[in-house]
Design a protein around this ligand. Structure first.
Ligand code: PAF
Length: 321
């Protein structure tokens, strides 16, 4: 298949290398104006392979069978606007980032576009042109909704933070053909007609791990220390309440167990938010803890643990942005 990957950060580059290694045609669309980009890819078995991708060819966007947008949540709407003039209206557009809350702006721009979301637990570290595949895990891909539904059902929320609903233009159980390609390529990828519970599960993981590791300048594994257990529990209790109010019932204990499993499985890794704060970059906090707080507000649920972390990271960002 022919893919365009928008954004060649860690996850975008990982998808690009994996797909090209499986003989798919991969074209990248990055902010860099270079005609080609290169990655020295260290796979999970320590094998090194060099990949070269054509960059920013508008005709290759038009010819793509699927476009995967792997930029940060706060860059997603602008990245879609950038490629929109060249995008065929039938091409599946797959968003992939941490957090929730970009879909409304994208759907407003591209109301007819088949729109999906990929929530991945794959992990990668990019240093310059070198890319390390640092963790494996499942990827869940499913339909997102159309703007007409989300704005009607959640008109109190800021536009870009409204809760998504299912696609109105297609039967949610329809599995686009790109999914079977991604399933083969990514090894542990699954089609989820109902992607929202998966996004909330990932949101819980990100609400728990990302701000704490960033604030305390620690690796994911260091969150297993007794010092953090009370906060982790409070964060999961709050996410469980809000997810349940949103219509995605989740037991707090099961969330906490899942968070602890991810902490163990990714013990040596530094979370994406830790890396963003470390490099004094903007973080995805507004789409993680911030999104949780916004949805909690709509449902009149108190979320003090998440609110405190949202503010703390925002303040940290403001100290350097
Ligand atoms: O954002 C991240 O870094 C990852 O989503 C996760 C799961 C927290 C692991 O580091």
């Amino acid at each position: 298949m022919k893919f365009t990957i928008v954004g060649a950060g860690a996850i975008g580059s990982l998808f690009a290398c994996i797909l090209q290694s499986q003989h798919h045609q991969v074209h990248c669309w990055t902010r860099s104006r270079r005609a080609q980009i290169q990655r020295e890819f260290h796979d999970r078995h320590g094998q090194l392979q060099t990949f070269t991708f054509t960059n920013r060819k508008t005709e290759l966007i038009a010819q793509s069978d699927a476009v995967i947008v792997c930029v940060k949540a706060f860059q997603t709407a602008a990245a879609v606007a950038d490629i929109a003039p060249y995008l065929d209206a039938q091409t599946p557009l797959i968003l992939c980032h941490n957090g929730i809350g970009t879909h409304s702006a994208v759907m407003q721009q591209r109301p007819e576009q088949p729109l999906l979301f990929a929530s991945t637990s794959q992990a990668a570290l990019k240093q310059g042109e070198t890319l390390y595949h640092t963790g494996v895990g499942p990827t869940f891909i499913g339909w997102l909704s159309h703007a007409s539904h989300s704005s009607a059902s959640h008109n109190h929320a800021p536009n870009n933070l409204a809760s998504p609903n299912h696609a109105s233009h297609t039967d949610a159980t329809d599995e686009p053909s790109v999914i079977s390609t991604l399933r083969d390529a990514l090894n542990d990828a699954h089609f989820e007609p109902d992607i929202l519970p998966k996004l909330w599960e990932k949101l819980a993981i990100n609400c728990a791990i990302n701000p704490l590791t960033a604030l305390h300048n620690i690796s994911n594994g260091q969150l297993a220390a007794p010092l953090y257990q009370e906060t982790l529990k409070a964060l999961c209790d709050e996410v469980s309440l809000v997810a349940t109010a949103e219509g995605y019932p989740m037991a707090a204990e099961a969330l906490l167990t899942r968070v602890k499993a991810v902490i163990q499985a990714t013990a040596a890794n530094h979370s994406s938010m830790h890396q963003d704060i470390h490099h004094q970059r903007r973080t995805e906090i507004d789409y993680i803890s911030g999104y949780l707080v916004q949805r909690a507000y709509i449902h009149h649920i108190e979320v003090p643990a998440n609110h405190t972390l949202w503010q703390a990271i925002t303040q940290r960002e403001q100290s350097y942005v």
